[in-house]
Design a protein around this ligand. Sequence first.
Ligand SMILES: *[C@@H]1O[C@H](CO)[C@@H](O)[C@H](O)[C@H]1NC(C)=O
Ligand SMILES: *[C@@H]1O[C@H](CO)[C@@H](O)[C@H](O)[C@H]1NC(C)=O
Length: 440
Amino acid sequence: MSSSILLFLSLFAILLFFAESQSFVGVNYGQIADNLPPPDATVKLLQSTTIGKVRIYGADPTTLKAFANSGMGIVIGAANGDIPSLASDPNAATQWINSNVLPYYPASNITLITVGNEVLTSGDQGLVSQLVPAIRNVQSALSSASLGGRVKVSTVHSMAVLIQSDPPSSGSFNPALQQTMNQLLAFLRDNKSPFMINPYPYFAYQTDPRPETLAFCLFQPNSGRVDSGNGKLYTNMFDAQVDAVHSALSAKRYEDIEIVVAETGWPSRGDSNEVGPSVENASAYNGNLITHLRSLVGTPLIPGKSVDTYIFALYDEDLKSGPGSERAFGLFKPDLSMSYDVGLAKSTHQTPAGWCIPKAGVSDTQLQSNIDYACGQGIDCGPIKPGGACFEPNTVASHAAFVMNLYYQTFGRNQWNCDFSQTATLTSQNPSYNACIYTG
Ligand SMILES: *[C@@H]1O[C@H](CO)[C@@H](O)[C@H](O)[C@H]1NC(C)=O
Ligand SMILES: *[C@@H]1O[C@H](CO)[C@@H](O)[C@H](O)[C@H]1NC(C)=O
């Protein structure tokens, strides 16, 4: 089991987003950090992980050069401040490609250019109306350089482009943005470019800080939420947010456009008045997110595949303004040590032999919710059904032990795969009995 999973993981690209101070050229961003490692060290760090794609704000030359021949797919960005000239002057777009792509490509594997960040919800009507003309000019400049189709062009949205997202099946775009959205969607379809969105279950939790919402946001066992529109069961907020976007695209008959998550994450620290930040919560969110993406279960409306997802951020950014949490989204610290382990290191993330079983004294209600959750993630729960090798003894505790272990073994054998809201523990004693064999 473990060796086949490892092979699988090394083939599957986990995507990651990071920002660097040098990359910030637009007026929207200030200096965000003054202590980040040099780009060469960053490339080495990423190469020690299973991360296969990276996103940078801007197009910093030193960073782009450092990624030459790394094999890493790279997303670069034109800042909001560049949009007026890119929109009004095709030569400005040619110049932008000449300066930021041609000197580095193809050694640096630039795959996509984001033109602007969260422009549609910026409240700047002038900028909104210039967005699609800027995107078109960048696309034309790429085509003139024979890079059309090889380097894609898109833009990044906040979830606020949706006027409604709950339940997910009711997801729809804000009609006030209709004109630009229609032009944009037509462009994305014509050029096979993705629709890029920033879903943050962390912020959803802030607006509804109940314990059951936290479990829902952290991919932890919970009773789930049934979509009243189509009856689908959601067990996590990330899927609900992605599917709300899918529904909004469907409502406009653009469901063929690929969704890319351009940013998502969870802070490991925050101010005392912030709910949600902690190392445990951040590790649960990012670790369970990665496990979920690797499983290729997909979402209720987009089953059987994972949306490309860039995790914000690679590093903590010490100079970011705003609440303390803003400076603590990093998976790594500037000294290159992990903020917490989410199992991205190449091949070394597995724990030694062991099985995952319920802790003593956990209630049947909780264990049943663990069963429902684990069986909803695509593992084979047949053995605990009547006639299965692990049906007897027919108790919740026995069934929970079997599926919790199978979940743990299937999703990477990381310590957070044997968490189940702190109701699970590892054992070195093989729990197998008779014909009921626990994977180990
Ligand atoms: C460039 O990156 C993309 C996306 O990760 C990948 O599919 C492609 O194989 C890479 N190309 C090269 C030459 O490494
Ligand atoms: C997660 O966040 C909530 C809300 O701030 C907090 O009560 C809880 O202790 C955190 N959980 C862990 C394990 O840190």
